[in-house]
Design a protein around this ligand. Sequence first.
Ligand SMILES: Nc1ncnc2c1ncn2[C@@H]1O[C@H](COP(=O)(O)OP(=O)(O)OP(=O)(O)O)[C@@H](O)[C@H]1O
Ligand SMILES: [Mg+2]
Length: 442
Amino acid sequence: MSWTLIVWLASALLCLGLLTQSKWDPWLSERVARSESQPWWWTLIGYPTAVVRVRLTWGRVCRVLDLDVPRRAPRALLDRDTMITGTVLKGLPPRLGFPRITSRGLRVTVRLHPGQTPAAFIACADAFAHAWRVYQVRVTSPRRGVVELIAIARDPLTGDRSWPMPPAPRLLTATLGRTDEDAVWTVDLRKIPHWLITGATQSGKSTLLASWLTELGSQPVILVGIDLKGGMELGLYERRLSALATNRADAIRLLTSVLSEVMDRMGVCRLAGVRSIWDLHDDIRPDPVVIVVDEVAELLLVASLNGRKDATECATLLLRIAQLGAALGVHLIISAQRFGSDLGPGATAIRAQVGGRVCHRVNDEQTAVMSLGDLAPDAVAVAQTITEDEKGVAVSAVDGHWRRVRSRYVTPSALRTHAELTDYPLRDAFLTPPREGGVSHE
Ligand SMILES: Nc1ncnc2c1ncn2[C@@H]1O[C@H](COP(=O)(O)OP(=O)(O)OP(=O)(O)O)[C@@H](O)[C@H]1O
Ligand SMILES: [Mg+2]
């Protein structure tokens, strides 16, 4: 019965496909393209078609990918002294279970032949995705002798841009968007204290910062901003920021007072005999500080000799804060179009202290290498595949692991409204001038 239904649906799809291929009906093609992203389309049409495709192509795909095993050659005794042996043309593919539907694709189990390992199937994941015309196939091995192929029909990072986000599970955690496994993309600054966001112009860096600020803005966190593009981006959030620097002199003052705060916190921890502010008692633990820098090149790059001293000072302050701040609840989130030695000698030292990376679309391989190469070399090629249309799509890398992600789209007006409504202004935190003589940051 179910086979009849599948065949019926497959024929319906074929007719629809033929209709939409014809140039005389662009209206219908557009409707079909729009429907393809709807869940009902997958249930009624996409899934049955994929099942037929998976079952029909399985033997051929395994043969091409060398995943089948040779059948025993037939032999026959001609007479008492002669035996003839045939040559088997088709191998025996591993046994395929029935593909089960999931919300965005299907999953199917495969029983391995003796001698086969999941590694061979993992290496062929891309080929399965092409053969079945799905966005991605992942291979897992739930138990010995069995692999599970999980197909995802469409890239979950395309389409709707404003997903509902669950609340952040704990302080300094932010739910920033979705991953390409269709999971929530969550970042915890207590696990990875500093982050670098790179990408070409208009790739989505400031939007990601906006999403991050919106999340942290509703937590008891002191937020300070440095935006040397005249405060155009972070200015939208000014009501929630404890301080906003829009020129280099202000940025130096601000970073100096943050460093002074770092030194004070060090003293508190030393007195209490603990190694981080998170070991302090709740009553005396200071609020965490997050410094957001939109376009760090404006801070570190100088056009004339005059500005070089200030730029070097900024780099030194950022480096000191990155080195000392992690355990003291002082965090950096830096965005840049590129982040390499061309930003001055301090840039590579700062990058070495920044354990979290998010790389959006890049214009050249070198930028992807600068952003991801030292943490996750495999991710460099993935970052280069992000196209101009994929705004907000990025590769996030931590400790050698990477994943494709897309930030939630936060409009400027939503950001401004959120900043006005927030319960944690903490505005006075950095309004006091740095101590007499400043803080030594040599
Ligand atoms: N996650 C997203 N989803 C959908 N659209 C997005 C997303 N992120 C960014 N965009 C779109 O891309 C545009 C540019 O984004 P954004 O200003 O964040 O880029 P940028 O990298 O900061 O650019 P620049 O380097 O010029 O400052 C936005 O106006 C928005 O329309
Ligand atoms: Mg920007």
